[in-house]
Design a protein around this ligand. Structure first.
Ligand SMILES: [Zn+2]
Length: 447
């Protein structure tokens, strides 16, 4: 799930691949890639014009939020009306946003879709400021009143979890005026991460290197993922050096972007009276800080098993020192394993058979009906994610598929997120269909 944010970056496993001289590794343009390997965003909106029409229809509805002011705690029916209004708006707004953002991810250099995203962000910030009274107003009632509303109005049942959560986090909800300012602050708090995205995916210059076989390649993040798995240590060295030395040239700028993000976290935590940014992140999802610490502790306690694996890898690779640049290389010599996207699809469908026919046929649908954008192209968002935010539609997956074992693993991982979203959206009412990042990786890792 975006992963970040909604985007989830792929978990990386190491295995194999050899470079074949006859294959050209320069990226294809989007036009050169057959349609069946490209996701079909017209399932969201038929065209940019249709998107614009939908946005124009949504905009006046945003002002209606003010008509609910002062009514929320008067009756269950009033509360329900306001919550349903909010749910419908958020559903439509999300669809508009992901159409712009996923189009933008296909070519982060294209400013048209970035502009559409920014337009929405401004509109939603304005709405957020207007809607800032909702939580403080509901919280002026006591829980017994709200609980009584839910018992008398069955349709409020869908909102029970959200309302319980609102009262649980009451001490971190601010006054109406302060909530309005918090909503407005979203206009600036996302800047560091959007600068990072545009810079790292689109504008950062990429170094060119010459491999052992004389082939010249430009090292972006997709090529880095591909060549760090090369069986040729010399080539790995060339690619690692070029990639990381290039990153290091911009470390002051990257440092500022990260610091900007950290400051936004601290701002939110302090403004809402949390003890730490960690608590501010976990508390709204009802996750105790101890769970986070115990996860980290468990990983540390299991490090000896990982170190043993690295020792075995070092022995099998016959190297004096196992370096970071060896981690993704194949341990078995002279094995050239490549997996076409078709191979991957077959392997994955076969592996999921124990999950039953509905599960497998849905995965097949994701592959056959163009939910997935497969190959890297110039300017495309790096990494991989599944986006399941379109409640009435289907999830989408972005990949940068390079024919490696690792890519097969990433595809099945993202399909795990997609199945999670697909079945949640299909089974749950919208107010309880979304899942939080903290639990998202259960489904993907399981897959
Ligand atoms: Zn994931």
């Amino acid at each position: 799930m975006k992963h970040f944010s909604l985007k989830t970056k792929a978990i990386l496993l190491a295995m194999t691949m050899l470079i074949i001289g006859t294959t050209s590794y320069s990226q294809k343009t989007r036009e050169e890639i057959p349609a069946n390997y490209k996701w079909n965003l017209t399932d969201l909106f038929a065209s940019d014009e249709a998107w614009r029409t939908a946005l124009n229809a949504l905009t006046p509805k945003l002002d209606e939020v003010e008509t609910f002011k002062g009514t929320l705690t008067k009756s269950g029916a009033n509360l329900l009306k306001a919550l349903q209004y909010n749910t419908t708006l958020s559903k439509e707004a999300t669809k508009l946003f992901i159409y712009a953002s996923m189009n933008s991810d296909l070519d982060t250099r294209n400013m048209k879709y970035t502009g559409m995203k920014q337009e929405l962000q401004q509109l939603f910030t304005k709405f957020g400021a207007k809607a800032a009274f909702i939580e403080p107003e509901i919280l002026t009632a006591d829980w017994e009143t709200i609980d009584g509303f839910i018992k008398n109005e069955p349709k409020l049942q869908d909102y029970r979890m959200g309302l319980e959560n609102m009262f649980r986090t009451k001490k971190h909800t601010l006054s109406e005026e302060e909530e309005r300012i918090m909503a407005l602050s979203r206009m600036v708090s996302g800047v560091p991460s959007s600068v990072f995205n545009t810079f790292s995916n689109a504008e950062m210059p990429k170094p060119e290197v010459t491999l052992s076989n004389g082939e010249k390649i430009t090292i972006g993040s997709s090529e880095y993922s591909q060549y760090r798995a090369s069986a040729n240590r010399n080539d790995r060295e060339i690619v690692f050096r070029a990639y990381w030395e290039n990153q290091a040239k911009f470390k002051a700028s990257y440092g500022e972007m990260l610091y900007g993000n950290v400051k936004a976290d601290i701002f939110r935590a302090r403004a809402r009276h949390y003890d730490s940014s960690l608590e501010a992140t976990l508390y709204p999802n009802n996750i105790p800080v101890e769970i986070y610490h115990s996860l980290v502790k468990n990983v540390n306690e299991s490090l000896p098993a990982f170190h043993r694996y690295l020792k075995i890898k070092k022995r099998m690779m016959e190297v004096d020192t196992l370096k970071y640049l060896d981690l993704y290389a194949p341990v078995v010599k002279d094995v050239d394993l490549k997996y076409s996207y078709e191979d991957a699809s077959k392997i994955i469908l076969e592996s999921l058979k124990p999950m039953g026919t509905e599960y497998v046929s849905t995965v097949k649908k994701a592959i056959d009906e163009r939910w997935i954008d497969v190959y890297p192209t110039p300017g495309k968002q790096s990494g991989a994610y599944s986006n399941g935010a379109d409640y009435d539609g289907h999830p989408y997956i972005l990949l940068n598929y390079n024919d490696l074992y690792n890519d097969v693993s990433t595809l099945t991982h993202e399909l795990g997120h997609t199945m999670h979203s697909y079945f949640s959206n299909k089974t749950q009412p919208l107010p309880t269909a979304r899942y939080v990042t903290f639990v998202a990786e259960v489904a993907s890792t399981f897959n």
